[in-house]
Design a protein around this ligand. Structure first.
Ligand code: LUZ
Ligand code: MOS
Length: 750
């Protein structure tokens, strides 16, 4: 069950882009990027850099043979800046040298003269200036005009949430190797090999069949390499085309932090209306998303914010409006949860505020409004097999909410300086790309004549263990040992036109494609076995533990000798299969449909202890009942859940992305940007698998695991607020994440 990569990782044997044995003559690239957040390039002087010994080439947008464009959803992002720069980090020139140090030294000798303009650094200012990426998107259901008079309680407020650095262990990078006939093979650390291929072809002005993108594995991604690995791969390919030499481009951590986009900061306004019992009647919310300087994936992320605006609650009257605001920050991008967490933080804040007004615990409102079977989401889909209530009830029972409440109350009455707080956090996350056409995958399965198996799919291994799950699929269908199955690199020549490995759907989509391919082969093998054994009814044939059984009795055939014979009989031992998620659809005019194959549910209970003198805190426990479906691999799934929880906690508490007034990232090192470490980890991090959850929509009845548990972290914010409130009764606070220790102090004493 262990992820095979874990042994190689531990021994340092796993190969990442920077470890590749590059061919002799490989050139090394470094990027000169805009030092200014907004301005007009008056002059670019590369002459000094060009004179340096060892420098083999310097390229600007003028050297691009095709389109100078990398925008995937909206064509609004130049690969290399032309006359205008709109964020610090926009690549302007690419330097190639015999070695990496020389390339970097040469970059320092490039001079640029930019006429600066005042940058826009927050989404509300952008909105006021009508600086938008696209027209607003609105999801609505019921009536949000006249309904307010029917509400007993109305709460309104503003919510802000910050960015987040992906901090994948492996920084962005690629190696491009020129091949004969103007072909290029690109080794890239990307979640999206097909996007690398497509974009490289457009930029180089060659057909896509001349570009091959190959991915072995990534050292983490978290969404940061769904779109933003492309630029570096294409830059390497551009230089390889120009110089007819292999080119390696790997970003330094410091540069990576400055130039790549992050989770989108959001600023939002809410209005929530409830009846006396705490039933939510209406919810109105406006999201201002900080897209950064170009669209990147922002429109899709904005959509997911709207899809998750009501979290796991049924609300009959909803109006959610979302603006994607263009600022002069690095284009923000996919990050675990993909806009969902930002939307869910707002509804949780609204509930918190309403509960405060009503003088009740937020959990009363949370529980009362949980999605029940067949409740309709604001986007028209019905909650089917909704486990929202089951997870909640299990969590309340298993983690004993009543004694938790008592424990916290007692602690707080006995302690003056330290205060505890707790919160419950239910989650609901829709599984499928919200853009329906993306829900597809391909798999190519070969059985070799010695019985070993190779599986190629569109899935990219980034530490999440998808390769292990794919191996499990093949091993279990053929009933062979897991060591007989190898997952190959992800390669656009073997499996084409793939979607990124994203949206938590890598194992589902590629697993289902693998399942179909294996079943295709198995059908042929079963017939062949019947032929060899002289049996009419192939239904009596079973492959089990590398043996072939007839009516439950072992035959002379085993996996090894049978495959040799099947090959001799010229049976096709390979299959390519395609999977497209059935039934899903979404109308982007009415914003109604069934966009998700299914939803993932869960509930967490979180407890914190706050030092009310110093402002720092400890997250004592995060305990969750999580709906894994029928987990294919509990070891991997638990790891995903725990990692996601930690990342969610970080986003809500100590991870703070700050820019100065010039739009320069000032939290650009690990001394200024704090991420959760082992000391930050809760003493109790317990993830309970919801029992008896079957999910035919998922691979082998499992449920997607990558993103959903991230959202449990949101509970930490409210647990901290509760602790602060028990220190100071009439606390004046804002909903403004992350709740850093500094902010705790300023809120309590400010
Ligand atoms: N990427 C994407 C995603 O392109 N579409 C999505 O719906 C999505 N959802 C989560 C994470 N990445
Ligand atoms: Mo993602 S946020 O690349 O699933």
């Amino acid at each position: 069950m262990n992820n095979i990569d874990s042994i190689k990782h531990t021994r340092g044997e796993s190969v990442f882009i920077d470890d590749f044995n590059v061919p002799e003559g490989t050139l090394h690239a470094a990027v000169f990027y805009s030092p200014v957040a907004h301005g007009h390039i008056k002059n670019l002087d590369i002459s000094e850099a060009g004179k340096m010994a060892g420098v083999k080439g310097i390229y600007t947008y003028k050297d691009i043979p095709g389109k100078n464009q990398i925008g995937g959803i909206i064509e609004d992002e130049n690969l290399l800046a032309e006359n205008i720069v709109e964020f610090i980090g926009h690549p302007i020139a690419l330097v190639l040298a015999d070695d990496w140090l020389t390339a970097r030294e040469a970059v320092k000798k490039i001079k640029v003269d930019i006429e600066e303009q005042i940058p826009i650094l927050d989404p509300r200012t952008a909105f006021e200036k009508n600086s938008l990426i696209m027209p607003p998107r609105i999801f609505s259901c019921g009536d949000t005009d006249s309904i307010w008079s029917k509400c007993d309680v109305i709460a309104e407020g503003r919510v802000d949430s910050g960015g987040q650095e992906h901090l994948y262990l492996e920084t962005q990078g690629a190696v491009a190797v020129p091949l004969e006939g103007d072909c290029i093979k690109i080794y890239s650390a990307t979640q999206n090999p097909s996007a690398v291929q497509r974009t490289a072809a457009a930029v180089l002005n060659v057909p896509q069949n001349k570009i091959e993108c190959d991915v072995l594995r990534l050292g983490g991604a978290f969404g940061g390499k769904e779109d933003q690995a492309t630029a570096w791969a294409v830059l390497a390919a551009l230089a390889a085309t120009k110089l007819k030499r292999p080119v390696k481009l790997v970003l330094l951590r410091h540069d990576d932090m400055i130039v790549t986009g992050k989770r989108h900061p959001y600023s939002s306004d809410f209005k929530i209306g409830l009846d006396k019992e705490g039933k939510i009647i209406a919810y109105e919310v406006t999201f201002y998303q900080d897209a950064g300087a170009s669209a990147d994936l922002s429109p899709a992320i904005l959509d997911r914010t709207l899809f998750h605006a009501a979290n796991s609650y049924y609300i009959p009257n909803v109006k959610a409006t979302a603006y994607s605001c263009k600022t002069n920050l690095t284009p923000n991008t996919a990050f675990r949860g993909f806009g969902g967490p930002q939307g869910m933080f707002v509804i949780e804040s609204a509930i918190y505020k309403a509960a405060e007004k009503m003088g009740i615990e937020p959990s009363v409102i949370q529980e009362k409004n949980l999605l029940r079977e067949n409740n309709e989401f604001p986007y028209g889909q019905k909650a089917e097999n909704s486990n929202a209530e089951r997870c909640w009830n299990e969590a309340v029972r298993k983690f004993d909410l009543n004694s938790e409440r008592k424990k916290v109350e007692e602690f707080n009455s006995e302690n003056k300086i330290y205060k505890k707080g707790f919160a419950l956090m239910p989650i609901c996350f829709g599984i499928s790309f919200t853009n329906t056409p993306m829900n597809r995958a391909g798999a190519l399965v070969h059985i070799y004549t010695d019985g070993s198996i190779g599986v190629s799919t569109g899935a990219v291994e980034m530490g999440q263990g998808v390769n292990m799950k794919l191996r499990q699929v093949a091993a279990s269908l053929f009933s062979v040992g897991i060591d007989k199955v190898k997952t190959e690199t992800t390669n656009t020549s073997r499996v084409a036109n793939t979607s990124p490995t994203a949206a938590s759907s890598g194992a589902d989509l590629n697993g289902k494609a693998t399942e179909i391919a294996c079943k295709n082969i198995l059908e042929r093998l079963t017939k062949t076995a019947a032929d060899i054994l002289g049996i009419e009814n192939s239904g009596s044939i079973k492959f089990k533990d590398e043996k072939i059984y007839v009516n439950g009795k072992p035959s002379d055939l085993n996996w090894k000798n049978f495959i040799i014979e099947a090959n001799t009989r010229r049976v096709n031992l390979s299959s390519y299969a395609y999977y497209a998620t059935p039934e899903i659809h979404f109308d982007r005019i009415t914003n109604k449909g069934k966009p998700f194959a299914y939803h993932v549910y869960g509930t967490a209970l979180l407890e914190v202890t706050l030092d009310c003198i110093r402002g720092n805190y400890k997250i004592n426990s995060v305990k969750a009942v999580h709906d894994f479906g029928k987990s294919m691999n509990p070891v991997i799934d638990r790891g995903q859940a725990e990692g996601a929880i930690m990342q969610g906690l970080g986003w809500m508490t100590i991870e703070e992305v700050l820019h100065n007034e010039k739009g320069r990232l000032i939290t650009d090192t690990l001394s200024t940007y704090k991420v959760p470490d082992i000391h930050f980890t809760p003493e109790e991090l317990e993830v309970v698998f919801l029992e008896n959850s079957e999910n035919p929509q998922g691979i082998f009845n499992s449920k997607a695991i990558g993103e959903p548990p991230f959202m449990y972290g949101i509970g930490a914010y409210f647990a901290l607020l509760n602790a602060m409130k028990s220190f100071k009764k009439d606390l004046k606070y804002k909903f403004d994440a992350p709740m850093t220790p500094e902010k705790v102090l300023m809120t309590m004493y400010g």
